[in-house]
Design a protein around this ligand. Structure first.
Ligand SMILES: [Zn+2]
Length: 290
């Protein structure tokens, strides 16, 4: 699953290729790619033709084109979606679902998805320029709209474990399992610690670490564990070599040498250092908490 840095890499690549260009025609193959567009693929293609891509934007892991007139095209990459810039006449990919041709007759853009979990959806933008469909998603730590103090307040109002709060897209978006584990390792906080029991500076530090680690990943082209996922130019990320906690079970902690542990977390895994990130002790006696 792509995380925020990978999606930002895609956004930057896309911005280079499509910003300022006018869509000439869109070819949609099958209904799945437009399944989130209720009026169907023909309607979607018809409404996109002639529109100018004013900007390519992102919030968390969501990517959209600002098509002016408060209209946006959301691009869901799903687990395996790829956006490829191709010359006209290049052989079609086996799992080609959408082809954008532009009025300038330059390279076309193709949406290829082996598992068809991704797709396109056209919809209104709200007053902040965010698609109404994702208006419930909170700003991510790399956005100008991100209000760290407000997020710290919201987080500390929750008795949930800090990791759960970090993954709650209505509090802060774009922090997935990998970056949550990295941020918590850097901050020396176990993910099960109730957010309400952490000090304000501690929560702020966790958020700052999350932003830092995502910025570092961005500098390296993103993280990717899925061979099917590549960025807009076809290059995979390689940040995984820099991870200190995530996926490092059994390897020595870079800070203290204690082997990194893996624990069950929801239906996934959490990685942490048993020594730098002690498990909360009073959980059982604290009673049930929402
Ligand atoms: Zn350690």
């Amino acid at each position: 699953m792509p995380e925020l840095p990978e999606v930002e890499v895609v956004r930057r690549g896309l911005a280079t290729h499509v910003e300022g260009r006018t869509i000439d025609a869109v070819e949609l193959r099958g209904h799945r790619v437009a399944r989130r567009h209720v009026a169907g693929p023909d309607d979607l293609a018809g409404r996109l033709a002639g529109r100018r891509v004013a900007a390519v934007r992102r919030r968390g892991k969501y990517l959209w084109w600002d098509l002016e007139d408060d209209l946006g095209l959301l691009l869901h990459l799903g687990m395996s979606g790829q956006l490829l810039v191709e010359a006209h006449g290049a052989p079609d990919e086996k799992h080609l679902h959408a082809r954008f041709r532009f009025a300038d007759a330059g390279p076309e853009l193709r949406f290829v998805d082996q598992r068809t979990f991704g797709g396109l959806a056209l919809g209104d933008l709200d007053a902040a320029g965010v698609p109404v469909a994702i208006a419930h998603i909170a700003p991510d730590p790399l956005e100008p709209a991100f209000d760290r103090d407000a997020v710290v307040r919201r987080a500390r109002a929750s008795a949930s474990g800090i990791k759960r709060v970090l993954l709650n897209q209505s509090v802060v978006s774009g922090i997935g399992n990998i970056y949550a584990d990295e941020a918590l390792w850097r901050a020396g906080v176990h993910g099960d610690r109730p957010a309400s029991a952490l000090t304000r500076p501690r929560v702020a530090a966790v958020l700052d670490h999350a932003a830092d680690v995502m910025r570092e990943a961005l500098g390296q082209g993103g993280t990717s564990f899925d061979a099917l996922y590549v960025n807009v130019n076809g290059a995979s990320g390689y940040f995984d070599r820099s991870l200190a906690a995530y996926g490092q079970a059994g390897r020595p902690c870079r800070r203290c040498g204690t082997p990194i542990r893996r624990e069950q977390f929801m239906n996934r895994s959490s990685y942490s250092c048993p020594r730098c990130q002690p498990r909360p002790r009073l959980r059982a006696s604290a009673g049930p908490r929402a």
